[in-house]
Design a protein around this ligand. Structure first.
Ligand code: GAL
Length: 353
């Protein structure tokens, strides 16, 4: 268990008064029924995307009149919203929550192999992969019979249940071209296990790309496309490619996909480096989550729109799934027009009119 996972576990245990490990004191006052404590736990404090997920969710819950939140999930929470580092690791803790009558909403990442998750709010994870693969197929002209082209594939972290949906969505579309020889994976690394990126770590993606370029592309052949499922990895892959000489007129960068429309990747798209990303409007998911929390706490019907896609190994978890949008140089302004980013923010100065 990493330190991060251990910390999360200890903090969730603290919810049930099972350990005094968390530094924040347990609430001593009786829980205000109208304004109950909401436990909100995100997998990391460092990724831009997860910081935004958390702050939007809190913002919408505040707009609904809730004021008490604790990411350390101290004793007394009436509901848990959990985006786990490792979707498999919380079984015992979730059982304790269920025994105490506490409802659990899995946020973005499904909690696996437990009956004790009540709802799931997410984006259409399979369609994320579809959007990336469609982009590659389109830009390479594979439907017009062009090719063969060289492609390398990257996957997410294996402890995140989303990774398999992202990869499957992409691979289902790419496979016919791999089978026909129009797409060539020179490394022959095509299983999710072979291409996964532990911890969604951009440095690991960069190191793997370095190895692929050295081992399979040293003799003058070039890579034409790289399937990448998250912007944090795309930036690492692009750095590796540039270090190896890509990004010139003679050796242009390949198509590189991504996900999350993170600032660095949008800048990279504007600069003609990263090619595509998948925009998940976190505000939409956070709003859906807030509505779920409110419905659960008030005993109202909980909004779900998908009861068949997300099986966590024990049951189909009732889900509210949100749509995704493919973004590239042709439509990145949608991010600003929709207010997802604000073009007057310093970071966009001189880049966006
Ligand atoms: C996934 C999430 C993606 C991306 C990735 C890396 O679970 O769905 O949008 O953020 O984690 O953080």
């Amino acid at each position: 268990m990493t330190m991060k996972k251990g910390w999360l576990l200890l903090c969730i245990l603290a919810l049930f008064g099972l350990t005094g490990a968390c530094t924040k004191p347990a609430a001593k006052t009786p829980v205000d029924k109208a304004d109950p404590l909401i436990g909100l736990s995100m997998p990391t404090h460092s990724d831009e995307s997860w910081i935004r997920h958390s702050s939007f969710t809190i913002q919408y819950l505040k707009e609904m009149g809730y004021t008490k939140f604790d990411e350390l999930i101290v004793k007394g929470a009436k509901i848990l919203v959990v985006a786990a580092v490792n979707g498999e690791a919380l079984g015992e803790v979730l059982k304790k929550a269920a025994d105490a009558g506490i409802k659990v909403i899995a946020y973005d990442r499904l909690l696996m192999n437990t009956p004790n998750v009540d709802y799931y709010v997410t984006f259409d994870n399979y369609k994320v992969g579809v959007a990336e693969a469609e982009y590659i197929i389109d830009k390479l002209g594979l439907k017009d019979g062009k090719g063969p082209f060289n492609i390398e594939l990257f996957g997410g972290s294996l402890d995140d249940s989303n990774s398999k949906y992202f990869y499957q969505g992409a691979f289902d579309l790419l496979k016919p071209y791999i089978d026909s020889g129009k797409l060539v994976v020179k490394s022959k690394q095509t299983s999710l296990e072979a291409v996964a990126t532990p911890g969604w770590d951009g440095a690991k993606a960069m190191a793997r790309m370095d190895n692929l370029l050295t081992a399979f592309y040293a003799g003058g052949s070039r890579v034409d496309a790289v399937l990448v499922p998250y912007d944090g990895l795309s930036i690492g892959v692009i750095a590796s490619l540039k270090n190896t000489g890509y990004g010139t007129k003679a050796l242009p960068l390949p198509i590189v996909t991504g996900q999350d429309a993170e600032v660095a990747s949008v800048i990279s798209i504007i600069n003609g480096e990263q090619t595509q990303t998948v925009w998940k409007d976190f505000r939409v998911q956070a709003k859906a989550c807030a509505l779920m929390v409110d419905a659960v706490l008030k005993g109202k019907e909980v909004p779900v729109n998908d009861t068949t896609t997300y099986n966590n190994g024990v049951k189909n978890v009732p889900t509210f799934s949100n749509p995704v949008t493919s973004i590239d140089i042709s439509n990145y302004m949608d991010l600003f027009n929709a207010g997802f980013y604000n073009k007057t923010d310093a970071v966009w100065k001189g880049m966006v009119k």
